[in-house]
Design a protein around this ligand. Structure first.
Ligand SMILES: [Zn+2]
Length: 154
């Protein structure tokens, strides 16, 4: 485990991987999504890398863990859409490299009174979650579609 060069921002010890979302999906069957190939060193060494969440497809920065937004005291939710597909999401008060898509609607919304619209990766266009808006606005990003920086460095 120690033969690889030290990762940026690493303060000794192997990076801890796979713990970030453990509390979120204990009863969740996560849809199988192809893991992106491990990337060689790229230009992700910017910003608050320890806390960044990246698009699972293109590793574009999309959120920061410090921006987790507690809605009624929780920042992790599991919902099913009308097709019965379950999604586990983390709520963030803001996103970084995402764009809003679609007309906000209240139809089938998971947060009563909040309209939703799609949240797409601004780099590759993947659907990563939803924006919710009422008196305030926040985003819910699908846990299975985002990765922490430490998990891309193995
Ligand atoms: Zn992307």
């Amino acid at each position: 485990m120690r033969e690889k060069p030290p990762a940026f921002g690493e303060v000794g010890g192997a990076p801890v991987c796979g713990t970030a979302s453990l509390e979120a999906d204990t009863d969740l069957v996560v849809p199988t999504i192809a893991e992106p190939e491990a990337q060689p060193d790229t230009a992700t060494a910017t910003g608050d890398t320890e806390n960044d969440w990246l698009c699972a497809w293109c590793h574009h920065r999309v959120a920061n863990d410090k921006d987790r937004f507690p809605y009624n005291g929780k920042d992790v939710f599991t919902f099913s859409n009308p097709e019965g597909i379950r999604f586990a999401i983390i709520t963030f008060s803001r996103t970084l490299g995402c764009r809003q898509n679609g007309t906000p609607t209240l139809e089938h919304t998971w947060f009563p009174g909040y309209t939703w619209s799609f949240c797409l990766c601004d780099n590759c266009g993947q659907h990563l979650g939803w924006y919710y808006r009422s008196k305030i606005e926040f985003a819910g990003l699908i846990i299975a579609r985002i990765v922490r920086v430490v998990c891309t460095r193995n």
